[in-house]
Design a protein around this ligand. Structure first.
Ligand code: SAH
Length: 349
């Protein structure tokens, strides 16, 4: 059964234009593509049978050629703060996590892009079990459709998407960009580009490529180190794409595409939250207009870092602000269910 299913293409791997091409090939009208997209992405149906305005023949043909099925929801946990974490089981029994994060002003989905992660940052749970494979475009958007279902139950329309779940989005570039186009498409999930954030550990060539795609999404850089040496220790990717090259690439990105960059910077006691770090950041950030999201280190049992005290974190933020760097401290969400930043992991059975 599984093999058979795996041989059929998931229709959510197709862009709108590809659905039109398929319909033309089977001598159906192009406007059917809009109807199909509406059923899948706006009316949230999970089977072709439910697409009532398509002819029976077309529904049967779609069933023959494609799959459209939900994930198994292996686990759903709800935090005291309303954050909901899903553990989804994929067709090959691999698992990934996604998170629904409701706040007063927005409803965000945090999406995974890979099964596991290759990058092995020395503070993040996602890399601990290693990397297994990329998610397909369909698997990326299906996470969002499940979370959308849940959000709608609570009358919360989804407003934002962040690619901050398991994996490195820019290491799965083609599937990511295709998924972003579906998320952004008015006929599909219809979330504005400025409400979509891609977070990267710093894969420079792909950052520059993303800037040329002509989609005005937000870019977040996981910086975390304050100079080359500290970043080498915390993030092995820095050996390939060093700190100063990354800062240069960000300056170039900003100049070329006139987009503001957000840096994510983890606050680890005595390491990244220190006077040495502050002095170094001030030097590197000269001439860069950016926002800095300070993320208090969320405990991961395999690492023995410590979270700074509130006072230390506020002081660090204020000193950055005095220097003209717009910094805010990100409130951790869903910590009680291990769904805060860096706590998502590939569960290994
Ligand atoms: N690979 C991408 C997407 C993951 S985003 C990236 O690195 O940007 C997840 C965010 O949470 C990243 O900024 C990551 O560095 C951060 N993070 C990882 N572990 C963390 C931890 N223990 N505490 C706080 N933030 C963490």
């Amino acid at each position: 059964m599984n093999n058979q299913l795996q041989q059929k293409e998931d229709i959510r791997n197709l862009s709108y234009e590809e659905v039109v091409q398929y319909l033309n090939k089977i001598q159906e009208k192009s406007f059917r593509a809009t109807q199909i997209f509406e059923w899948i992405y706006q009316k949230n149906v999970w089977s072709f049978e439910q697409m009532k305005n398509l002819s029976k023949d077309l529904r049967e043909r779609l069933m023959q050629d494609f799959i459209l099925r939900p994930f198994e929801i292996a686990k759903k946990e709800i935090s005291q703060d309303g954050t909901t974490k899903f553990l989804f089981e994929l067709i090959d029994q691999e698992q990934v996590e996604s998170v629904l994060i409701p706040t007063a002003s927005r409803t965000t989905v945090c999406v995974s892009t890979q099964v596991g992660c290759k990058f092995g940052c020395k503070f993040c749970a996602s890399g601990i079990g290693g990397w297994n494979r990329n998610l397909t475009t369909a698997e990326i958007v299906t996470q969002i459709m499940h979370v959308k279902d849940e959000a709608q139950k609570h009358a919360q329309p989804l407003s934002h998407i962040v690619f901050m779940g398991i994996g490195e989005p820019l290491d799965n570039y083609d599937n990511l960009v295709k998924a972003i186009r579906i998320i952004n498409d008015k006929k599909a999930i219809n979330i504005g580009a400025r409400r979509i954030t891609v977070s990267t550990c710093g894969v420079i060539p792909k950052i520059l490529q993303l800037g040329q795609e002509g989609i005005q999404i937000e870019l977040a850089i996981s910086l975390h180190g304050y100079d080359n040496e500290s970043r080498n220790v915390l993030m092995p990717v820095n050996k390939k794409y060093p700190f100063s090259d990354l800062i240069e690439a960000c300056k170039q990105y900003q100049k070329n595409y006139r987009r503001q960059i957000t840096f994510e910077y983890i606050l680890i006691k005595d390491i990244t939250c220190s006077t040495k770090a502050l002095t170094s950041l001030k030097k590197s950030f000269k001439g860069l207009i950016c926002k800095m999201n300070l993320i208090p280190y969320n405990p991961v049992s395999e690492f023995d870092h410590k979270t700074p005290t509130r006072q230390e974190m506020y002081q660090f933020r204020d000193q950055l602000k005095d220097f003209g760097i717009h910094a805010t401290i990100r409130a951790p969400r869903g910590k009680d269910i291990n769904s805060a930043c860096g706590q998502l992991r590939r569960s290994i059975k």
